[in-house]
Design a binder for this molecule. Structure first.
Ligand code: F6P
Length: 746
C-alpha cells in the first residue's frame, strides 16, 4: 500500500480510536453506578419479600416465647444463598435473636441507621453485605423488626462481568468500524467504485485506476498552465543581457542539465577524411549545420553520430567506429555510420535532397518522391536510431537531431528511450500546409517529428507553418498560446531558435591576416588591380542560393552603370554539392554558361568580370575572401537562415564592406542593416549592388558595427543555450508533473 494512502487512512482511524477510548472511559463508571442501583433495589425488594414471608411466623413465635421454632425458622431462612444472616430486634431496639453469621459488631440501632442510608452497606471479612431493616407485622400492628443481611459481593462480580462485556463490545464495534473504514477508503481511493461503475457502463476497468481523479483534473491543468506561463516568461526574460560563450554553455550543461550527456545526430560529419595521393587530408565540409554545431560540440563534449562519407574515414576510426575530434585536440567523439551506395542514393540523394529539400524550399524545382527512396530513408533513420541507443550511456540522454535527413528519427528514439530529451532542429524552411501536403508520406513525417521533446525552426514563421501543417494532417491537440502540440499523450514544444555562428571566433580564425593583406592576396589571385572593386558570393552549389539571379544582377548593373565595366569583379565560390543529382549538375552547367556569357559581354583582355570558383574552399580561404571584399551578395531564393552572411559580418572586424541580403533568407529578420533585396527582382538587386558599391565609408561602418553587434549577441552559443535551457526546464517540468500525477492517481 502506498505511504500516502496509509497516511490518509490513519487520518480516519486515529480519531476513531480516540473516540472509542473516550466512550469507554465515560460509559464504564456510569454503567457501574446503574448496575449497582438496579441490584440494590432488587435486594431491597427481595428483603421486603423475605420479611413479609417471615412476618406471621415470627409474630406467632414472639406471642409464645416458650416455643422453640423461632431460631429454627431464622436458621432455615438463611439457607438461601443470598441471605448471609438475620437478626430480630425488639421494638425498643434490643437484639432478641440472630443467626450464626450475624456480626457481633452490629446492633439494632446501627442496622436501622445503615439501612436508611444512601448506600446501605457494611464490610464483613467474607465480603460486603447490604443491610435491610423491616418491620414484623401482627394483627395489632408491628411487634418487632427483622434485620436482613444480603450478600452484596455478587453485585461486584456481576458489575465486573458487565464491564468486561462492555469493553469487549466497544472493542469489537471499534474494530468492525475500522475495518469498514479501511475497506471503503481503499475502494474509493483505488477507484474501484468508479471502476465498477465504469465497468457497468461498459467502459474499461483499468482506466480509472491509472487516470487522474476527475475532480483534481482542473487543478492539475491549472498547475500545468502555470508552469508553462512561467517557462514562457523565463524564455522571454532570458534575453541577451548576459553574453553567450562556450563557458556559459558549459555551465548551463553542468547546472540546468545536471551534466547529462549530449548526443548529436546529423547526416554531415564535422570533418571529412579524404584519401589523396599525399596521404589523408582532413576537410571541413561546406555546411551551415557543421559551422553552427561544431563549436557547440567543442564546448559541450559528447558524441556526434554522422554518416562517414569521407574516403579515408574508415582508416581513422577505432573498433567501435569512433574517432576523437577536432583532429589533434579531441574535444568530442565522432561515431561514424557507414551507408551502402544504395542507402546513400535512396536516403540522402533521393528522399532528402530530391524530395524534402525542394519541397521545403519552394524554389520552383519539382520535388521527386519515390517509394524506394522513402524505404531507404526509413531504413537509414532506423540505423541512426539504433546507433543513438547504443551510444547512450543513460536512459535519458539529451539528443540533438539535426535537419531534414532525420524526420523519422525522433519518434524512433522515443520508442526505444522514452525518457530521452529529444531536441530536433530543422535547419531549412518549413512550407505552408498546401505545399507540404503533396508529400505522399506527410503523415509519417509529421508523426516522426512529433517524437521530439522540442522542435526548433529558424523563424516563428516556419513554426507557424509547421503547426498549421500538423493541424491539417494529424489528429493532435495544439496549444497555440504556448506553442505546444500534444500527440499521443506526448507534448512537443515548437519554438524558433535562429541559428548562428561562433563568436568569439576560434583562436585560429581570430589570428587571421589583416584586411589589407587579405585584399592584396585575393586581388592578386584574381588578377585584379587595387583600384577595382570586389563583390563576392560564397555558397554551396545549390539552386536555392539564388546564384543565377545574383549573376543576372551583376550583368544588369554593368548594363545600367557601364562605368563599372573594368572596375568591378564578382567572385562566386560555389562549393560542389550533391553533384550526383541531375538537378545540381544542370545547375552547375547553367552557372558556367551564364558566367561565360557575362564575361564574353563585358570582359576584355586582363579583365574578367565574373569568376566562378566551383571548388571546395577551406574556412581560412573563405575568410580571406570575405575580408577582401567590398560587397557580399547573399541572394537565396529561400533559406532557413543562411550563415554565410553572418560569417561575412564576423570576418569584418574593420567594420567595412556591405552586405546585400535576400529577404527570403531567415537571417533577413535579424540583419536589418543589410541592404535587403528580393532576389527575383533583377532591377532591385542591381540597384542594391550599385548602392553598395558607392556607399560612403561612414555608412558602411555604421551598418557593419550594428550587424556585428547582432551576430555577437545572437551567436551560436545562444542558439544552443536557449534550446538546452528549454530542455532543462522541460525536464524539470516533467519531474514536477510526474510528482503531481503520482499524488493525483494516489
Ligand atoms: O541548409 C541545410 C543544410 O543542412 C545546411 O546546414 C548545410 O549548409 C547544407 O544543408 C548541407 O548540405 P549537404 O550536407 O547535403 O552538403
Amino acid at each position: 500500500m502506498p505511504m500516502n494512502t496509509l497516511r490518509l487512512q490513519l487520518r480516519f482511524l486515529v480519531p476513531l480510536g480516540i473516540t472509542l477510548v473516550a466512550a469507554a472511559y465515560l460509559a464504564l463508571p456510569l454503567m457501574d453506578r446503574l448496575t449497582l442501583r438496579w441490584y440494590s433495589r432488587d435486594l431491597t425488594l427481595r428483603g421486603t419479600l423475605v420479611a413479609n414471608a417471615l412476618s406471621d411466623s415470627v409474630a406467632q413465635s414472639l406471642a409464645h416465647p416458650a416455643a422453640p421454632q423461632l431460631q429454627t425458622l431464622l436458621n432455615r431462612a438463611v439457607q438461601d444463598e443470598r441471605l448471609v444472616a438475620i437478626g430480630l430486634c425488639s421494638l425498643d431496639g434490643r437484639l432478641l435473636n440472630k443467626t450464626a453469621g450475624f456480626p457481633a459488631s452490629l446492633d439494632c440501632g446501627a442496622a436501622q441507621q445503615t439501612s436508611a442510608g444512601a448506600e446501605p452497606l457494611m464490610q464483613l471479612p467474607s465480603g460486603s453485605v447490604q443491610v435491610g431493616f423491616y418491620p414484623v407485622q401482627a394483627d395489632a400492628g408491628p411487634v418487632a423488626n427483622l434485620v436482613l443481611l444480603h450478600d452484596h459481593s455478587f453485585i461486584d462480580r456481576r458489575s465486573q462481568d458487565t464491564r468486561r462485556y462492555l469493553v469487549g463490545l466497544i472493542a469489537v464495534l471499534g474494530g468492525t468500524i475500522a475495518i469498514i473504514t479501511v475497506v471503503v477508503a481503499q475502494l474509493s481511493w483505488r477507484g474501484w467504485i468508479s471502476g465498477t461503475r465504469a465497468l457497468l457502463r461498459g467502459e474499461g476497468l483499468l482506466r480509472p485506476l491509472l487516470s487522474p481523479k476527475p475532480e483534481l483534473a482542473p487543478i492539475a491543468a491549472d498547475l500545468r498552465n502555470r508552469l508553462r506561463d512561467l517557462e514562457d516568461e523565463i524564455r522571454r526574460a532570458s534575453g541577451a543581457s548576459v553574453p553567450w560563450n562556450p563557458e556559459r554553455l558549459r555551465s548551463l550543461l553542468r547546472t540546468t542539465l545536471r551534466g547529462d550527456e549530449i548526443i548529436v545526430v546529423s547526416n554531415r560529419e564535422p570533418y571529412v577524411h579524404e584519401a589523396t595521393p599525399d596521404g589523408i587530408v582532413v576537410k571541413r565540409p561546406a555546411s551551415g549545420l557543421v559551422t553552427a554545431v561544431e563549436p557547440v560540440m567543442r564546448a559541450c563534449s559528447g558524441t556526434w553520430i554522422a554518416h562517414g562519407s569521407g574516403s579515408a574515414d574508415r582508416l581513422v576510426v577505432d573498433a567501435g567506429d569512433h574517432v576523437p575530434l577536432p583532429p589533434g585536440s579531441s574535444e568530442y567523439t565522432l561515431r561514424c555510420i557507414w551507408l551502402t551506395a544504395e542507402e546513400e542514393q535512396g536516403y540522402y540523394y533521393g528522399f532528402a535532397n530530391e524530395g524534402l529539400w525542394p519541397l521545403c524550399h519552394v524554389a520552383h524545382v519539382r520535388p521527386v518522391f519515390r517509394e524506394s527512396d522513402w524505404n531507404a530513408y526509413h531504413v537509414v533513420n532506423q540505423r541512426f536510431a539504433d546507433a543513438v541507443v547504443r551510444e547512450a550511456r543513460s536512459e535519458d540522454p539529451v539528443v540533438l537531431v539535426q535537419d531534414y535527413h532525420f524526420a523519422l528519427l525522433p519518434a524512433m528514439i522515443r520508442a526505444r528511450l522514452p525518457r530521452a530529451t529529444i531536441l530536433s532542429f530543422w535547419h531549412i524552411p518549413w512550407p505552408n500546409p498546401e505545399s507540404f501536403g503533396i508529400c505522399p508520406w506527410r503523415r509519417e513525417i509529421l508523426e516522426g517529428m512529433l517524437g521530439s521533446t522540442i522542435l526548433g525552426f529558424q523563424t516563428r514563421f516556419h513554426c507557424k507553418n509547421f503547426i498549421e501543417t500538423v493541424d491539417r494532417y494529424v489528429e493532435a491537440r495544439i496549444e497555440h498560446e504556448h506553442s505546444i502540440i500534444s500527440y499521443q499523450n506526448e507534448d512537443t514544444l515548437v519554438e524558433s531558435y535562429p541559428i548562428s555562428i561562433e563568436w568569439p571566433l576560434a583562436a585560429a580564425t581570430a589570428s587571421q591576416a589583416t584586411v589589407e593583406r587579405c585584399r592584396a592576396r585575393v586581388f592578386e589571385g584574381l588578377g585584379m588591380t587595387a583600384d577595382q572593386k570586389l563583390a563576392v558570393g560564397i555558397d554551396r552549389l545549390d539552386y536555392t542560393k539564388g546564384i543565377l539571379e545574383r549573376m543576372d544582377a551583376v550583368e544588369r548593373l554593368l548594363e545600367k552603370h557601364p562605368q563599372w565595366i573594368g572596375c568591378l569583379v564578382f567572385a562566386q565560390v560555389a562549393a560542389p554539392s550533391r553533384a550526383a543529382l541531375d538537378e545540381y549538375r544542370m545547375f552547375h552547367e547553367r552557372l558556367v554558361k551564364l558566367a561565360d556569357r557575362i564575361n564574353g559581354r563585358f570582359g576584355s583582355p586582363g579583365y574578367r568580370p565574373v569568376h566562378l570558383l566551383a571548388t571546395h574552399h577551406e574556412h581560412e580561404a573563405v575568410t580571406e575572401l570575405f575580408r577582401a571584399a567590398d560587397v557580399c551578395l547573399v541572394t537565396s531564393l529561400h533559406d532557413g537562415m543562411n550563415l554565410v552572411c553572418k560569417e561575412f559580418v564576423a570576418a569584418r572586424d574593420d567594420e567595412r564592406g556591405v552586405l546585400v541580403l535576400s529577404s527570403f533568407a531567415g537571417a533577413a529578420r535579424e540583419m536589418t542593416e543589410a541592404l535587403i533585396v528580393n532576389p527575383y527582382h533583377v532591377e532591385e538587386c542591381a540597384d542594391a549592388l550599385q548602392r553598395a558599391l558607392v556607399m560612403p565609408e561612414a555608412e558602411q561602418r555604421e551598418r557593419m558595427a550594428s550587424l556585428r553587434m547582432t551576430v555577437r549577441e545572437f551567436n551560436v552559443y545562444r542558439w544552443a543555450g536557449r534550446m538546452l535551457a528549454d530542455a532543462g526546464r522541460w525536464r524539470m517540468r516533467q519531474r514536477v508533473e510526474a510528482r503531481v500525477q503520482r499524488h493525483h492517481v494516489a
